[in-house]
Design a protein around this ligand. Structure first.
Ligand code: 4AD
Ligand code: MG
Length: 427
């Protein structure tokens, strides 16, 4: 049986397998805290109820000792989860002496060096459960809306998001790069299947040591044929709000443990506000954070803009010069592109980037030249503009950045099991 199911076992003796989180002794009674990955329960051991060898074994229950126990389950209104167990039998499965992570404050480097153990802490396990509920809900929504999940390659011959952050590797006698985004392949898949998405790790060799940069992170990237920028933004807001509502329903306790009231997530309902890059520039001017027209925003700019809104806010129509080669210029104003970033509230910055793609072959060829991208590597991508090219759009939603906002994390590193950061490849 698992701890999460104990509510159905009141009045019965059950067997549980798990790890000891705490041991408190008080005369002839010992209180064992037990966790099994599904929850936590208090197990009460009474000397008078137990055989001597079982009683002695409870004394050896140091932190993270793995045990198999039998216990009588009874309701206890004061206990978390409403149940407590009276110990009947205990077997030590794996001893644990001097567990390095103690129930006290540890420095973050100490914890990151022991990430393989830190994951067992209540808060970290709750974050990972929420992460699972979130990614599952994203897939559920996409599935319901008729998107086909199609996988894109990790080993690629060329860049999607600029050549400065490519992770180089060798592919037999050739150079190859780890994927920065599945987007270009997604565009081909959208022409085959209409509405598609990939869900994959992305790699960026960014020399940025900030609270929002990972070297390896996960993105869900939907791509839609016959879809313009407006259609794209509607998809973003529906997908995100529906996934957050699902997380609020499925993980209320985990959310509270991490410090987010589930009711706040239910309030994230469309439509999200939309402002243009030009309007954002005006906000920045008022905030005393003036930047020249044409430059992309940094973290302080995004924070200043998002603080004006309760909901996530779309900033659309960025300057062409600040954005990737594939973005479609606004036909009314070619100096800006039909792109948008979604900025999270509470100063968390960009969590989604996307927009409409260039569908004209000549313009795409010109952009590839301007960005110094070799024709040969993008020949196949050009084909998409030669054979039945249509308006199409898509976006990438960063899983860890979104979770950092949802869970009010100080840093994205807690939103992924094993973070890869500048200067951190281990464990
Ligand atoms: O804005 P980005 O670079 O967009 C793309 O990659 C597009 N090709 C996506 C598409 O249209 N299919 O990245 C998208 C999102 C960002 O908004 C952010 O949430 C996340 O990916 N992201 C990162 N997350 C953590 N660490 C990093 N270094 C990140 N870089 C981007
Ligand atoms: Mg971006």
């Amino acid at each position: 049986m698992r701890i999460a199911e104990l509510g159905q076992a009141i009045g019965r003796t059950v067997e549980l397998e798990g790890w000891i989180v705490s041991l408190r002794k008080s005369g002839g009674i010992r209180f064992l805290g037990l966790r099994d990955g599904s929850g936590r329960v208090q197990v009460v051991a009474r000397e008078s109820d137990l055989r001597e060898d079982d009683w002695d074994r409870t004394a050896a229950c140091s932190q993270e000792t793995a045990v198999r126990i039998a216990g009588a389950c009874r309701a206890d209104a004061r206990a978390p989860g409403g149940v407590e167990l009276d110990l009947r039998k205990i077997e030590i499965v794996g001893a644990s002496a001097e567990y390095p992570i103690q129930p006290k404050e540890h420095g973050v480097d100490f914890l990151l060096d022991r990430r393989h153990l830190w994951l067992r802490a209540d808060r970290q396990a709750a974050i990972l459960r929420i992460r699972h509920a979130f990614t599952h809900a994203l897939r559920e929504w996409l599935d319901r809306e008729g998107f086909i999940g199609a996988d894109t390659p990790i080993l690629t011959p060329s860049a999607c998001e600029g050549t400065t952050t490519l992770f180089e590797t060798t592919y037999f006698d050739e150079k190859a790069y780890l994927s920065q985004s599945g987007q270009l392949y997604n565009e081909a898949l959208a022409m085959a299947l209409g509405k598609v998405y990939c869900f994959a790790p992305a790699f960026r060799a960014e020399r940025s040591k900030t609270r929002r940069h990972l070297i390896e992170f996960w993105m869900v990237e939907p791509e839609m044929a016959f879809c313009d920028l407006d259609g794209c933004l509607e998809t973003v807001e529906e997908l995100l709000s529906s996934a957050l509502a699902a997380v609020a329903r499925r993980c209320p306790e985990e959310l509270r443990l991490v410090g987010r009231d589930p009711a706040e997530l239910e309030k994230v309902r469309p439509p999200f506000p939309r402002i243009s890059y030009d309007e954002a520039i005006e906000i920045l001017r008022q905030e005393g954070l003036e930047i020249p027209w044409g430059e992309d925003f940094g973290a302080p700019h995004e924070a200043a803009i998002s603080k004006r809104f309760e909901l996530p806010v779309f900033v659309h129509r960025y300057p062409t010069q600040a954005k990737a080669f594939y973005m479609k210029p606004d036909p009314d104003r070619p100096e800006v592109v039909l792109s948008a970033d979604l900025l999270a509230p509470e100063g968390y910055g960009e969590i989604v980037g996307g927009g409409q793609r260039i569908d004209d072959g000549e313009l795409l060829a010109q952009r590839l030249r301007e960005h110094d991208l070799s024709d040969e590597d993008y020949e196949w991508y050009m084909d998409l503009r030669r054979y039945g090219s249509v308006p199409h759009s898509g976006f990438g939603l960063g899983i860890e950045r979104t979770l950092a906002w949802v869970l009010r994390l100080e840093h994205v590193r807690e939103a992924i099991p094993f973070p890869r950061m500048l200067y951190r490849l281990r464990p």
